[in-house]
Design a binder for this molecule. Sequence first.
Ligand SMILES: NC(=O)c1ccc[n+]([C@@H]2O[C@H](COP(=O)([O-])OP(=O)(O)OC[C@H]3O[C@@H](n4cnc5c(N)ncnc54)[C@H](O)[C@@H]3O)[C@@H](O)[C@H]2O)c1
Length: 262
Amino acid sequence: MALMDSFSLEGRVAVVTGAAAGIGRQAAQTFAEAGAKVVIGDVDEAGLAETAALIGSAATVLRTDVSRKADIDALAAKALELHGRIDVWANVAGTAGPCPLLDVTEDLLERVIAINLKGVFWGSQAAARAMKETGGGSIINISSTGAISAPPGMSVYAMTKSGVSAITRNVAKEMGAFGIRANTVSPGFVETTLATWSYRNADGSLDEAKREEALRLRRSAAPLGIIGEPTDIAHAMLYLASQASRFVSGQNLYVNGGVTMG
Ligand SMILES: NC(=O)c1ccc[n+]([C@@H]2O[C@H](COP(=O)([O-])OP(=O)(O)OC[C@H]3O[C@@H](n4cnc5c(N)ncnc54)[C@H](O)[C@@H]3O)[C@@H](O)[C@H]2O)c1
């Protein structure tokens, strides 16, 4: 296979959750640019429509709340009804749920688990079920560097994101014989809505002084001295989605400027 063909998604069908913004939007765009038809889900319908407009006719949208198994199954059914197969499934939707440990309530814990953990579990199951019928595929789950860096106020987030790698390993082991690969991508800081909660004002605007300080700290924590962009994460996802990574499964790829190593 020619080098660039091994990174192509021509003729492939990719499902992306959390595609209304940030990393999920970029992943959907990158997969489409690589040739895939994309079926994208999110709770934010306006954002989804914007993503679809950026992509054009290769995109189909379906409002999907990943905390509801029925919505995830409907997203898979939509992709199968339209295209007859699912080759790539990226579980990107997530929520941060920042809260000091002693203030965490049952409601908050359950909401973050429902989106970040159950959403990834049911997404992986729906993907694996479809891929088993057509000879395989690639599942990509988004965790976070925060899963192991234990940032203050992020105990629930870190717990759920640690679980994402566990789900990925089990899917990889149990479904490998069917040609299904599963890998995790763990981004470092990328300046999206989810990641900017610590320097947002009550009205949603950014506090520029706090922002500058937060970005300075993030840069100085990374050996490369830079902050990531959604494309940095999407390009790693494209590698894992494509045949270029046909021998890679059960892995957790940190894309974080070298903040963690190992
Ligand atoms: N940005 C970062 O620094 C960073 C770092 C590590 C990991 N991540 C992970 O990357 C993923 C994408 O986040 P992002 O940074 O692009 O943030 P973002 O806020 O730009 O995007 C998150 C998307 O998830 C969607 N979403 C939230 N709840 C949902 C639900 N119940 N059902 C469906 N969609 C839902 C949102 O509507 C939004 O479109 C998340 O899983 C996040 O934890 C982000």
